[in-house]
Ligand binder design. Sequence first.
Ligand SMILES: Nc1ncnc2c1ncn2[C@@H]1O[C@H](COP(=O)(O)OP(=O)(O)OP(=O)(O)O)[C@@H](O)[C@H]1O
Length: 263
Amino acid sequence: MTPVSTAPSEQAGTAPGTTTSAIASARGLEKTYGKGGTAVRALAGVDVDFARGEFTAIMGPSGSGKSTLMHCMAGLDTPTAGTVVVDGLTVSSMSQRQLTKLRRTQLGFIFQAFNLVPTLTAAENITLPLDIARKPVDQAHLAAVVKAVGLADRLGHRPSELSGGQQQRVACARALVSRPSVVFADEPTGNLDSTSSREVLSFLRTSVDELGQSVVMVTHDPVAASHAHRVLFLADGEIVAEVTQPTPDSVLEVLSSLSRQAL
Ligand SMILES: Nc1ncnc2c1ncn2[C@@H]1O[C@H](COP(=O)(O)OP(=O)(O)OP(=O)(O)O)[C@@H](O)[C@H]1O
């Protein structure tokens, strides 16, 4: 597919999706599911950099490879070819055991389903990854995260006593409490109303701007993507465009251009 026009990237001459100061990168990333006549090429040689201390959104039509890219970056899926490096560690050559440790200690995850443990309080859910990794809780950082998500008065509640938006904010706090190298969020607002979505997205942005976090989010929603610093667009398993300082309108414009090219 021909690349659509993009906003200027950080460096003149830089390919869409690549920057200089990266917390996570992929080079020549390919993923093919299945074999022979039924094989599906989900990623067709992706070069991408996710900048340190930035909020990056990944968009693209259904089936363009967004989740596959995120899963390969986060060690949840194994690439067919290419390399993935996260915070200096070569994820693509790790054993399953090393990947489990990486996910537990270096990465944070937020999914569309909140995946909270129903019998634990909000506070216990937030510190669960540290408890599992047997790491001490940095009380000052925990307090900062809890304050940023606005959950200080809900910490003793169980998930069933919280709204969907509050549950997702607990999941966000859980993803951030261990100061991961990168937080990967897959459609984090897919189950939320617009008010709760806005709260979760502004919290993700705050976690980047004020707590120095790096966040990568897959979304279908141009309004959600406009909270990011940069939006990457996938089509047919390739990065075809990027927009910096996105607005809902600039994101929609690129999406419409991509669907016109697909016709
Ligand atoms: N486990 C799998 N086995 C076979 N094919 C798969 C598998 N996972 C994904 N695919 C295929 O790979 C392609 C990319 O899928 P992927 O889920 O990454 O796309 P996506 O952009 O996240 O889509 P959506 O927006 O619908 O979630 C699709 O054609 C999909 O059907």
